[in-house]
Design a protein around this ligand. Structure first.
Ligand SMILES: NC(=O)c1ccc[n+]([C@@H]2O[C@H](COP(=O)([O-])OP(=O)(O)OC[C@H]3O[C@@H](n4cnc5c(N)ncnc54)[C@H](O)[C@@H]3O)[C@@H](O)[C@H]2O)c1
Length: 350
């Protein structure tokens, strides 16, 4: 079998951690993968120097993952068409709002039969309704797309603390071993399953619940209240899957991409941090994003807005009071102190 060439599209916090893992794994599997991993970087200046140049000389993403070394075979490139040319595996890891315009620049450069793997947490809303990002990637560049999601807070994975992740793909027999070779390490254990949509849906929705957990923290409620928010959030995720993604597998909610990611996000994720800030400050979300994340992005408010619009259109908001309240609070149209009241008459309780 010929060696596979790997490219990464995106280079933020999580993108850089994945570059660290994949960079090392291709070196460790020289019979399976080409040594050089190209990484597309949205070019920006840091202290008067191009970030791509810094990464290619220091082997460190000083803006998005400072203090962590990448192997020297990870090569940053500001040109996305050049980055994907000839690649067999395209790892997508960028905020979901940038996927479509980024794919546009790849047109005519993607190898036929290549495989995409999306690590992106979010949805696309189209005229036909809600769309998984993996489907959007397939639609835009014409190749199959697997997904990788799990309880993987980037900083902890960068520190090599043990965790698990879930890889959803359409053919475990054909691709499972190769995906495992590419992503698994002793501290990053991968479970490959044949269920793309539940894995991806969980990854997008858990960020919304994470904001709710942060609101609970900001209001100084204790662990019982947070556990209730996590459980009600999970039940809304399951209901959402039943309605909008028929064929969603219940057992997938018990994988790392489901309950585990939800728990991690509600205790340590950046969307939890946002929920807490929303209670303690009355600044708009965009301002808080700038102050807290310095260039990174909160995906939760965007997903909450997208699903709110769709649920409102379908007259289904009353079935998702937690999702609805979180969006309304993020828009500053509801006082966060009313959050818990919105949950008292939850459909789960009647
Ligand atoms: N950070 C985590 O812990 C984590 C874990 C799992 C999954 N994810 C998911 O991975 C995806 C990427 O997150 P991240 O943490 O790598 O990114 P990030 O939020 O750290 O950084 C934002 C990235 O977007 C890039 N960017 C800014 N403007 C752009 C534009 N116009 N076009 C294209 N790119 C632009 C920036 O250069 C930067 O690389 C998200 O979907 C996120 O939900 C993140």
């Amino acid at each position: 079998m010929s060696k596979k060439t790997v490219s990464i599209i995106g280079s933020g916090n999580w993108g850089s951690v994945i570059a660290k893992i994949v960079g090392k794994n291709v070196i460790d599997n020289p019979d399976k993968f080409e040594r050089t991993v190209r990484m597309w970087m949205y070019e920006e200046m840091v202290d008067g120097q191009k970030l791509t140049e810094i990464v290619n000389t220091k082997h460190e993403n000083v803006k998005y993952l400072p203090g962590v070394k990448l192997s020297e075979n990870v090569v940053a490139n500001p040109d996305v068409a050049e980055t994907v040319k000839g690649a067999d595996i395209l790892i997508f890891v960028l905020p979901h709002q940038f996927v479509r315009p980024t794919c546009k620049h790849m047109e005519g450069h993607v190898k036929k039969g290549a495989l995409a793997v999306s690590l992106i947490k979010g949805f696309a809303i189209t005229e036909d309704g809600i769309q998984l990002i993996s489907n959007m990637i397939t639609e835009c560049i014409g190749i199959d797309c697997a997904v990788l999601m799990g309880a993987n807070l980037a900083g902890e994975v960068a520190d090599e603390q043990f965790c698990e992740t879930t890889i959803g793909n359409s053919d475990k027999k054909k691709m499972g071993k190769m995906l495992n070779d590419l992503f698994e390490t002793s501290y990053f254990r991968c479970t490959v399953i044949e269920d793309i949509k539940t894995v991806e849906m969980c990854g997008a929705l858990k960020n919304v619940v994470g904001i709710g957990a942060g609101i609970v923290d900001g209001l100084n409620y204790g662990d019982n209240t947070k556990a209730a928010v996590i459980r009600l959030g999970l039940m809304e995720m399951v209901e959402f899957g039943k309605i909008f993604f028929p064929g969603c597998k219940m057992e997938t909610f018990f994988e790392s991409c489901g309950v585990a990611d939800l728990v991690a996000t509600c205790h340590g994720g950046r969307n939890r941090m946002l929920g807490e800030a929303v209670v303690k400050s009355d600044k708009p979300i965009k301002e808080l994003e700038k102050e807290i994340l310095h260039g990174q992005s909160f995906q939760g408010p965007l997903v909450a807005k997208e699903i709110y619009g769709m649920l409102a259109e379908k007259n289904m908001l009353s079935r998702f009071p937690l999702f609805a309240a979180i969006h309304t609070i993020c828009e500053r149209k509801m006082d966060p102190r009313q959050f818990i009241d919105c949950l008292r008459e939850h459909p789960e309780h009647v």
